[in-house]
Write a protein that binds this ligand. Structure first.
Ligand code: NAD
Length: 423
């Protein structure tokens, strides 16, 4: 079979039957979980499509392996390959201590302008969970990935830059009085733009429409940060009504109906619009949202949020369905098609080469990748096979410790169990 590149034309991905997909195996436990995930993906694609489709994996170097071989943590060649082939998948990478790169993950997100961090949060029957009804948890988080306080614009306490900024804030903007201890303050800047917010929220609404999901919730702290987080909310509502008019029903429209027709009539209208298949666009303040996903997770379906909120929410939500060992993630630019699918956990260096860790996070990232490629059948096959392994309590050590009467499997044995469960 001739391997070919995945390409993007007119906003649509073109995926050949034998696509080249670059992978980074990752540091620490990366190689263990990568080998297991690759085995399962290959077996699933082979079995699902009867040999008609096959991924041509192409290794690219990053992290410690790259540093040891080339002296660079993220060689330019690796980025070039990731850019050229559009879709790649990676295990966890060590964050280099010192040196020019803050984080390899952040560097890749910025280089490829991967503005959506996509984190599905879903419970698989039998996975140990700290909440009483984990079966009610099933939502997808769209976290903005390029702006906010993560832009890296920070000035340390006592530096000439901090002093200069303080002078500017005091003398030019009259904001000095808001700074409690000016002489020792460090400063961080939080850029949040209309375009940046809109492209993220647009992707979330499109996802809800395409997947027939009931709502998109804009999660923000606009009550305190009125222009940054408040802007995100306002721009989101405006975009929803402007670009998706007859396919959405917004909270603002509900409020108008309440004013003119009373609350009962407004609620009836909301129900009617939802029943007609419109996506309900609402908003929730971030702190309230964090309690709501514990109290009433069934009320949420697609979440669109800013970078920092999204960071906290993703890991907290992941904990309610079994933690980072099983939570997948992806970083996507829907306009260029670029996407990097990745494990959400780190390198857990203490467990490197022990063949004991849970490969589910990376494997489910692979499932997301197959869905993104339009290979839904293979994705579903892996999901049911993984769910069956967990249901039969044949699991890796992290779940084993929290289950009774479970069978302990090594990483590679867990992969074999999943392969045996493929249909
Ligand atoms: P970590 O996620 O590597 O490990 C924390 C703990 O979680 C581990 O000790 C282990 O008990 C558990 N764990 C993690 N992955 C697991 C798995 N697949 N199965 C079962 N249990 C698992 O977090 P850390 O120790 O804070 O970070 C270690 C290194 O990883 C650091 O260099 C950090 O910067 C890096 N990191 C990378 C990524 C990434 O590449 N996406 C993400 C987070 C951390």
């Amino acid at each position: 079979m001739n391997s070919q590149k995945i390409t993007m034309a007119n906003g649509k991905l073109n995926v050949p039957d034998n696509p080249v997909i670059p992978f980074i195996e990752g540091d620490g436990i990366g190689p263990d979980v990568w080998i297991a995930s690759q085995m399962v993906m290959d077996a699933a694609v082979e079995k699902t499509y009867g040999g008609k489709r096959k991924i041509a994996w192409k290794e690219i170097l990053a992290g410690e392996k790259a540093f040891n071989q080339t002296g660079e943590w993220l060689p330019a060649e690796s980025m070039d390959i990731a850019r050229e082939y559009l879709i790649s998948i990676k295990g966890p990478l060590t964050t280099p201590v010192g040196g020019g790169i803050r984080s390899l993950n952040v560097a890749m997100r910025q280089e490829l302008d991967l503005y959506v961090c996509l984190r599905p949060v879903k419970w698989y029957n039998g996975v140990p969970s700290p909440v009483v009804h984990p079966e009610n948890v099933n939502f997808v988080i769209f976290r903005e990935n390029t702006e906010d306080i993560y832009a890296g614009i920070e000035f340390a306490s006592g530096t000439p830059e901090a002093k200069k900024l303080l002078d500017f804030l005091t003398n030019e903007l009259g904001a000095g009085k808001n700074i409690r201890f000016p002489e020792t303050s460090a400063f961080g800047i939080k850029p949040v733009s209309k375009e940046g917010s809109e492209r993220l929220i647009r992707a979330a609404i499109l996802y809800a429409i395409e997947n027939r999901l009931p709502s998109v919730s804009l999660v923000h702290k606009g009550n305190i940060m009125k222009f940054t987080e408040g802007g995100f909310k306002t721009w989101g509502y405006e975009l929803a009504e402007r670009e998706f008019g007859d396919r959405v029903y917004t909270w603002g429209q509900w409020e108008n109906a309440k004013k003119t027709q009373g609350e009962d009539a407004a609620n009836a209208k909301l129900k009617q619009e939802a029943a007609a298949g419109k996506v309900i666009i609402n908003d929730v303040i971030a702190d309230n949202f964090l309690q709501q996903i514990l109290l009433a997770p069934q009320d949420y379906s697609v979440i669109a949020t800013l970078n920092l909120n999204g960071d906290y929410i993703s890991d907290s939500a992941a904990a309610s369905v079994g933690g980072i060992g099983i939570s997948p993630g992806a970083n996507i630019n829907y306009l260029t098609g670029h996407a990097v699918f990745e494990a959400t956990h780190g390198t857990a260096p203490r467990f490197a080469n022990t063949n004991t860790m849970n490969p589910s996070s990376l494997l489910l990232s692979g499932v997301m990748m197959l869905e993104y490629m339009g290979w839904q059948e293979a994705a579903e096959n892996i999901e049911q096979a993984l769910a069956a392994a967990i249901m039969s309590k044949k699991v890796t050590v992290d779940f084993y410790k929290l289950m009774s009467d479970a069978t302990l499997l090594k990483t590679s044995e867990f992969a074999e169990e999943i392969i045996n469960n493929l249909k």
